[in-house]
Design a protein. Structure first.
Length: 392
């Protein structure tokens, strides 16, 4: 009788899902963070954008180094240390009035949340049914975001401001931290070590296609994060109340989750290229609608389309690289590609909006949607002929 892999135990899976949800928590409340820090700390669009980008720069840098340490150290110990750093950094950022201290605190928080996200993802990737548990992971991340976006504006921010908002995030991390005791100390994953010099053996056109695929992921996340970063500000400019906006953003995560679950259900039934084009078209449609809404209902409809496109698009844009990656050496680069796109978006959106207004932010997002779709299709067109007959 086969011995159950410790990673497949319910406790390990639950803890990994919780850790992943914590790691993604800041991104899911990014619109509230930007809006609240501007309202209560008097930051400009550019300053708020740089502050947010500092989080994602740290997140990306740490995720890019995870390949070198994720298999060497005790996951449980690292996760506990990361939670402590995350809680302390978030609270410090919430109550500091000095720009430099806020920037450093948010940067440290980004690195800590990245460690949690990376460990949770790695644990689930080691299970016997990773696709199944990654679906649960996506749902948990979105679900936590739904709860926070629904309750923080009216119950916390309205009464305790930015400090209360950041304290609430720290409390969520504290409440979920006991689940870390269920994390496995280590795991194992089949597969050969990635040797960067071996990538050169790939056909030149396939090598180019893989980089195009990575660029498509970066541009797609840049486009979506620009909208997500300033979704609350768009509503504020239209004089919609923060509780109403919070409800809309909370509901949008349900649509985002629905898009991701639809991708799990459909898989490759209609082809990766078609689904990537569909996601890009829906994203572009949402940008068009956000450029001309004149009621809360129209704003809500536009945000729902955006969220669905976001949730649907990520799995298929990542799949572009996965389908072309014959030896598994490029898939690991999708995480930094996502991180770079997410990191650049708030700073670009803040700078552009400060110079040319919110309309220019929508134009940049639209350009990103178009470019990412073209890059994805070109990557598959150049690369797929080399993969035929080379897969088991």
């Amino acid at each position: 009788m086969a011995t159950l892999n410790p990673i497949d135990k319910a406790g390990a899976i639950v803890s990994a899902v919780a850790v992943s949800a914590l790691g993604a928590m800041f991104y899911n409340v990014l619109p509230l963070f930007l809006g609240t820090v501007q309202d209560f700390r008097g930051l400009s669009n550019g300053e708020a954008g740089v502050l947010s980008s500092s989080f994602f720069v740290a997140f990306t840098l740490v995720s890019a180094t995870a390949f070198f340490w994720i298999r060497k150290y005790n996951w449980r110990s690292i996760a506990f240390l990361a939670v402590v750093v995350a809680i302390g950094s978030v609270i410090l950022a919430g109550f500091s009035t000095m720009r430099s201290v806020m920037l450093l605190s948010v940067f440290l928080a980004g690195g800590a949340f990245s460690i949690l996200y990376g460990i949770g993802t790695t644990v689930l990737g080691d299970t016997a049914q990773p696709a199944r548990w990654f679906g649960l992971k996506i749902a948990a991340e979105a679900g936590l975001g739904v709860v926070l976006l629904a309750f923080l504006p009216g119950l916390v921010i309205a009464n305790w401001g930015f400090g209360g908002f950041m304290t609430a995030l720290a409390l969520v991390a504290l409440l979920l931290s006991p689940l870390l005791v269920l994390l496995p100390r280590q795991g194992s994953k089949a597969g050969a070590e990635i040797l960067p010099h071996e990538v050169k053996a790939l056909p030149r056109s396939l090598h180019m296609a893989l980089w195009l695929g990575l660029a498509a992921i970066l541009c797609f996340l840049l486009s979506t994060t620009i909208i997500w970063s300033f979704a609350e500000r768009l509503a504020s400019e239209a004089n919609y109340g923060r509780p109403d906006t919070g409800n809309v953003l909370s509901l949008s995560l349900v649509f985002s989750m629905s898009g991701s679950l639809l991708a799990v259900f459909i898989s490759d039934r209609f082809g990766t290229a078609r689904m990537a084009v569909l996601a890009g078209a829906l994203l572009l449609s949402s940008v068009f609608l956000l450029s001309r809404f004149d009621s809360l209902a129209q704003y809500t409809f536009a945000i729902m389309i955006f969220a669905f496109a976001f949730g649907l698009g990520i799995p298929y844009f990542v799949t572009v690289v996965a389908e072309l990656d014959l030896d598994g050496r490029f898939v690991v680069l999708t995480v930094p590609a996502i991180g770079v796109g997410v990191s650049l978006a708030p700073a670009i959106a803040g700078g552009v909006s400060g110079l040319y207004g919110f309309g220019s932010v929508l134009l940049v997002s639209a350009a990103g949607a178009i470019i990412s779709t073209i890059l994805a299709v070109c990557a598959l067109r150049f690369g797929l002929p080399h993969t035929v007959g080379n897969r088991d």
